[in-house]
Design a protein around this ligand. Structure first.
Ligand SMILES: Cc1cc2nc3c(=O)[nH]c(=O)nc-3n(C[C@H](O)[C@H](O)[C@H](O)COP(=O)(O)O)c2cc1C
Length: 191
């Protein structure tokens, strides 16, 4: 893997990564995507199974259709779950925030902890994106639509794989607001 240049330390990257919801129209180039996927596959993987596969969508029409299909399904899921969170920021406008690139990390449907592997790969990918001055955001709200037969077919997700982590990528068009986190909740320390 050819290492991209980055002046950030790993802690600056971890703390500096924010979910980006506004993007410039600049296209993410193929060689940049290749680097992000390389970073993803260097994640830890249970029993060294590497159970992932990637779908890359850079077609605006496909992204818009997917957003239109996903929104009502997501709203339905929220209603069923009785969630009392204000999800308007997720569902106003395009679910993918008009980002030009969506990477869907798909995982094998059998094997040992493939879902965990894909999410670890997702974080590697997003940290690499951040180090390369790209923005990213997981779009979990699109997941219910992604495993519909017609969507799987459009996205080329084969039998034996399922969509796990949809992540938009692009160049941020504004500074992100600072993030915040609670202090770690230590349930117990056993020495
Ligand atoms: C599993 C998962 C699903 C998420 N789905 C969405 C989503 O559908 N839309 C969205 O705007 N953000 C989504 N996010 C991003 C979170 O809202 C975000 O990570 C959180 O608010 C913390 O902000 P930060 O990432 O900037 O630190 C998701 C995050 C995770 C981990």
């Amino acid at each position: 893997m050819q290492l991209p240049e980055s002046e950030q330390t790993i802690f600056e990257t971890i703390l500096g990564r924010r979910s980006v919801r506004s993007y410039s129209p600049d296209k993410v180039e193929a060689n940049v995507l290749k680097t992000l996927l390389e970073a993803a596959v260097w994640a830890p993987t249970a029993m060294h199974k590497e159970p992932w596969g990637f779908v890359i969508v850079q077609n605006k029409e496909v992204l818009q259709n997917l957003s239109d299909l996903a929104k009502p399904l997501f709203i339905e899921e929220l209603k069923k779950s009785g969630a009392r969170v204000d999800f308007s920021k997720y569902i106003d406008g395009n679910l993918f925030y008009d980002a030009g690139t969506l990477i869907i990390i798909c995982g094998k449907t059998n094997g040992h902890l493939p879902v965990a592997d894909c999410w670890v790969a997702a974080e590697n990918l997003m940290l690499a994106a951040c180090a390369m001055k790209l923005g990213s955001c997981i779009v979990g709200s699109a997941l219910p639509a992604m495993n519909l037969p017609e969507v799987r077919s459009t996205l080329g997700i084969p039998m034996g794989f399922t969509a796990i982590a949809p992540i938009i990528i692009g160049y941020p068009d504004a500074e992100s607001a600072p993030g915040s986190r609670k202090a770690p909740l230590i349930l117990k320390t056993i020495t």
